[in-house]
Design a protein around this ligand. Structure first.
Ligand code: PLP
Length: 279
């Protein structure tokens, strides 16, 4: 693995060490971003940095670096990794302090970043679609923040793995929120429906890019609550994320979605996304 970045230094992964008193370790008191890179160029970097700022503000953490400094650091990491396509991970915690829930005073945040090669989703996922299960969304009420406190997401994603599925779609009070590690959109009566951006889901960058592509190319779409019953009778369901792009879900809780094959809207959006990511 190429060098990682920790608190101002680039160094080999096995030399990057953090104190056990780091609040990221003790409380999951941190935020993060994952930025896809294609042909050595980060995709929508400004949007990821804006969302990082939003997450930092949301958890009342000072900004450790300016947008320019983040961009410099990310480009340096990309330069050090041989693969042209990468996924860059950046992570900020509130820093190292004696264990106490209250914010410590005068503590420097821990800033960590790494990158790794990024492969496109397996061809079979696109050809046949993937299976998903559903579960009650038992996460907290600030899912709009990209925090490292991901235990609920971990448990929910594992339910999918245990069921031999790729993703767990989450239902809160009878409505679809998102996936355990992705956004979820559906096509109902030929219309692309996206659960609205609010505190119950992450404002996904891919979700935004998909809706913008739909807007540009005249694909009927709407951001509105999606009832569980609508999810279950949708013609198409798809997940979106920076590392998995757009993946058709063709089986939900053991039942076929629509005709059980990836649908035309999903495939069109995927095509538009491929054009967008490599201009
Ligand atoms: C819970 C959750 N929702 C949505 C997303 C998709 O966001 P993005 O498209 O910005 O990767 C992710 C990405 O990992 C996620 O973890």
């Amino acid at each position: 693995m190429s060098d990682v970045y920790l608190n101002g230094q680039f160094l080999p992964l096995d030399q990057a060490k953090v104190s056990v008193l780091d609040r990221g370790f003790i409380f999951g008191d941190g935020v993060y971003e994952v930025i896809p890179v294609y042909g050595r160029t980060p995709l929508a970097l400004d949007r990821h940095l804006k969302r990082l700022e939003y997450s930092l503000n949301g958890v009342r953490m000072p900004h450790p670096l300016s947008s320019e400094a983040w961009a410099t650091l990310i480009l340096e990491l990309i330069d050090r990794e041989p693969s042209a396509d990468q996924s860059v991970y950046v992570h900020v915690t509130r820093g190292v302090a004696p264990r106490d829930h209250a914010f410590p005073k005068d503590v420097a945040p821990t800033v960590f970043a790494m990158t790794k090669p990024l492969s496109p989703p397996p061809a079979a996922w696109i050809r046949d679609g993937v299976a998903a299960v559903t579960h009650d969304d038992f996460r907290w009420l600030r899912c709009d923040l990209k925090t490292t406190s991901l235990l609920a997401n971990v448990l929910l994603r594992q339910l999918a793995v245990d069921a031999g599925a790729t993703e767990c779609l989450l239902i809160r009070d009878g409505f679809l929120t998102e996936g355990a590690a992705s956004n979820a959109l559906v096509v109902l009566d030929g219309r692309l429906l996206a659960p609205p951006r609010n505190h119950l889901l992450l404002p996904g960058i891919t979700y935004d890019l998909v809706l913008e592509a739909a807007q540009r190319h005249g694909i009927p779409h709407e951001e509105r609550p999606v009832a569980e019953a609508e999810l279950r009778r949708a013609e198409e369901v798809m997940l979106t994320s920076s590392t998995r792009e757009i993946v058709p879900i063709t089986c939900l809780d053991g039942q076929p979605v629509g005709n059980g094959r990836p649908g035309p809207v999903t495939m069109r959006l995927l095509e538009l996304y491929q054009e967008y990511k490599r201009p």
